[in-house]
Ligand binder design. Structure first.
Ligand code: C2E
Ligand code: CA
Ligand code: CA
Length: 711
């Protein structure tokens, strides 16, 4: 009898690129997506030595969770990996099973082995490959390793089944196999296969068997079936390999895995990354991808002389904004707002042809992409239908609501010559439609640049605002939740415009940042906040919002020092609120400035926590004193489960990292009770107090301090 060749683990290896600890979960996702059968990825140190592993199944499930993609995609894999990977020499042979059996006890969901040569990463040996060879080389042969091989097969997380060909019976079905198939091993093993597979509840398997038999050996096939034990629909991936044991009947081995969850996880990640979860429409990033693709296709049309294809030449974009959405949303509440947006999305879809693409770019902004030689005319007729359809009343919980839509159109190549210009000019046309009374559509026209002039006017006014003393600092109280006392204020900027009246910061801060005015304005509010702080009791702190632009410009630290010393305010009374955007550009100056402020004794708060993409990751990068949990989470309280889950997770994390937490946007007693119960340290919101130019009035006002008892 010829001895089977001693297979080395390296012969079974896959060689995906390993990850470094600092690579992101997004990097891991791309590797897994490129290699559908890869069970794990090794994580290596700077010298290439394995220090951990990311196992496919668990990883995909983590990323597919409700907040998984947003929370993890940009986090370093070092935070997600399992340390202590199972490492073996790539030269080791399958006869070296002793090592495997030792380790087996503590590797529950073994996906594979990380291979090393001279201590350095050299590949991955998938467990499924391992089982296949163990069965072929060892299992049915009375070797010294037989007992170990049997134990391995029994404990393998993959299904392993051995069958005689031509309808002969099962010889073996391991534990995982019985679980995956939902059939007791005794029901199959030792039974004539026809009888076994035709039994009640296992008919799907007979069909699968037919599929497997028809496929060439060693090719993978997938099929779904209803699991007899509970009727659940499961998706399996199988490979069937022939097994020749001299002196025995010809057999084959099926090695399979239940990939139901993994497949769902994949679909969900795809969905989270590219689709808006509220309406199910493509999101901004997918829209941009499609726009780029359409322009590329449009470009190749005329150049290659093929002018008549569906993609030849023109691409039109409709930028759509829902009129009056904000006021409806504010007056009827967010749940009603969500329902409206879903209804808007479905009306939008109803006017489109199959080849057009609708997307939700964010908030109440939608967009449509139209391609083809007639794209400009098609876009105009679609715009007409959209404005008509969205002006029809919506009925919402017994109420009738009138909205409407304004639409701006830009057509490539006439109105814009690249994707950025298409987006910009559709937006400009939209502004014109809104300015002309809403409920209508306008196509971009170079003259519309005039509107850009109106913005310049605002810009000029803003440049004068400081010199004319039109800026005001208003103050909103912060309530300590354990003793229900006001312990500080947040300074919020207001602009008293000579003709427009009081302008809220949401209408001018972004502009001020764009044109650099935020630097002197930021200096002004720091100075003003400290001046007012000097008039308040010593134990009252003052928080000031500092924009990313200020952090990127040298001089912030000296401004702070000046404001503090001029008003004799100790540094610990000043709190600086920053948003993720400050940390996002990762400049050494930003971190240096944060550190210098901290060394001064100024306290630092991470603002609007949870609205960004990688909030958690930023907490790792800089030690903040406080987290301000964004208003969007408080809004859902007291009822919304996901808000509760997030807030309690954040407070637990903050506790662990020695930070305090402020719940923003507390508007009701119930919300105040809930954020207290969830472990927040402070509350802020209209219930406690609206921003006011006179902070002193909040102090010692028993109405506020006795909030709970009064109600
Ligand atoms: P923020 O830092 O998140 O400030 C809180 C905002 O939420 C304030 O709006 C406040 O009036 C509002 N708010 C507070 N409690 C409630 C509530 O219970 N319900 C609701 N619906 N809203 C509440 P405001 O004053 O319009 O400020 C908007 C944003 O403008 C601020 O958001 C901040 O990012 C920025 N901002 C304000 N002042 C300054 C400033 O001096 N410098 C810089 N760089 N940004 C500022
Ligand atoms: Ca703030
Ligand atoms: Ca905030």
């Amino acid at each position: 009898m010829p001895q089977p060749r001693a297979t080395a683990l390296r012969d079974l290896a896959m060689t995906p690129r390993p990850l470094r600890e600092s690579d992101t979960a997004g990097d891991a996702l791309r590797i897994f997506e490129g290699e559908p059968s890869l069970p794990l990825i090794a994580v290596v140190d700077d010298e290439g030595r394995p220090i951990g592993q990311i196992e496919r199944h668990g990883f995909l499930l983590a990323l597919a969770g409700q907040y998984g993609h947003a929370v993890f995609a940009r986090r370093p894999v070092g935070m997600l990996m399992a340390a202590d990977p199972w490492v073996m020499e790539s030269d080791a042979s399958l006869d070296d099973l002793a090592g495997i059996s030792q380790k087996l006890g503590d590797t529950g969901g073994l996906g594979g082995v990380v291979l090393v040569k001279d201590g350095h990463y050299s590949g991955i040996c998938p467990a499924a490959e391992l089982w296949r060879h163990i069965v072929v080389d060892h299992a049915l042969e009375a070797s010294r390793n037989r007992a170990i091989a049997e134990a391995l097969i029994e404990r393998s997380p993959s299904l392993v089944a051995v069958r005689e060909v031509n309808g002969g019976g099962f010889r073996l079905l391991n534990n995982a196999g019985a679980k995956v198939l939902g059939v007791a091993a005794e029901q199959l093993v030792g039974q004539p296969v026809n009888a076994a597979l035709r039994a009640e509840g296992v008919r799907d398997l007979a069909e699968a068997d037919r599929l497997l038999n028809a496929a060439p050996p060693s090719t993978e096939c997938e099929f779904s079936f209803h699991r007899p034990s509970d009727g659940a629909e499961r998706l399996l991936r199988f490979v069937r390999v022939p097994l020749d044991v001299p002196g025995d009947r010809p057999m084959f081995i099926d090695i399979g895995e239940d990939i139901t969850e993994a497949r769902h996880a994949h679909a969900r990640i795809e969905q989270l990354a590219h689709y808006d979860s509220l309406t199910g429409l493509p999101n901004r990033s997918l829209f941009r991808e499609r726009l780029d693709g359409a322009l590329a296709a449009g470009n190749s049309g005329p150049n290659s002389g093929a002018n008549s294809g569906p993609n030849s030449g023109k691409v039109a974009m409709l930028a759509i904004d829902i009129d009056r959405f904000k006021s409806v949303n504010d007056s009827l509440g967010h749940t009603a707002g969500d329902t409206l947006l879903r209804e808007v999305a479905s009306r939008l879809k109803s006017v489109l042809r199959a080849e057009d693409l609708a997307a939700r770019l964010g908030g109440d902004e939608f967009a449509v992409l139209v391609q083809g030689a007639q794209a400009d005319r098609a876009a105009q007729s679609i715009a007409t239908r959209i404005t008509q359809l969205l002006s029809e009343p919506f009925s919402l919980a017994g109420q009738t609501v009138h909205l409407g839509a304004s639409v701006g159109i830009a057509v490539y190549p006439e109105d814009a010559d690249d994707a950025g210009a298409v987006l910009r000019n559709a937006e400009i046309a939209l502004c014109r439609a809104q300015a002309e009374g809403r409920g209508i559509w306008r196509r971009f026209d170079p003259a519309m640049q005039v509107e850009v002039l109106a913005r310049r006017e605002l810009e000029c006014d803003l440049r004068e605002a400081l010199g004319r003393n039109e800026l005001e600092a208003w103050f909103q109280p912060l309530l300590s939740l354990c003793d229900r006392r006001i312990t500080g204020f947040e300074a919020l900027m207001r602009w008293r415009h000579p003709t427009r009246g009081l302008v809220a910061p949401t209408d001018f801060i972004a502009l001020a940042e764009e044109i650099g005015l935020i630097i002197p304005m930021g200096e002004w509010i720091l100075e003003e906040a400290c001046r007012v702080a000097a008039t308040l009791p010593d134990e009252i702190s003052i928080a000031v919002n500092v924009s990313a632009v200020q952090f990127r410009t040298p001089g912030l630290v000296s401004t702070v020092v000046r404001a503090l010393s001029a008003n004799r305010i100790p540094a610990h009374r000043l709190e600086i609120e920053v948003t993720e955007s400050v940390l996002m550009d990762d400049q050494p100056l930003v971190f240096q400035t944060l550190r210098q402020l901290r060394d001064l004794g100024v306290r630092l708060a991470l603002d609007d926590f949870g609205t960004g993409f990688a909030s958690l990751a930023y907490l790792q990068r800089f030690p903040f004193d406080k987290i301000k949990i964004d208003r969007s989470f408080t809004v859902g309280l007291p009822g919304k489960q996901s808000s509760i889950a997030i807030i309690s997770a954040v407070t637990a994390l903050a506790n662990q990292l020695g930070m305090i937490t402020t719940a923003e946007g507390v508007e009701s007693e119930d919300q105040l009770d809930m954020v207290t119960a969830l472990g927040c340290t402070q509350g802020q919101g209209y219930l406690i107090g609206k921003p006011s130019p006179r902070p002193m009035e909040f102090l010692g006002a028993p109405r506020v301090v006795e909030l709970r008892r009064a109600s």
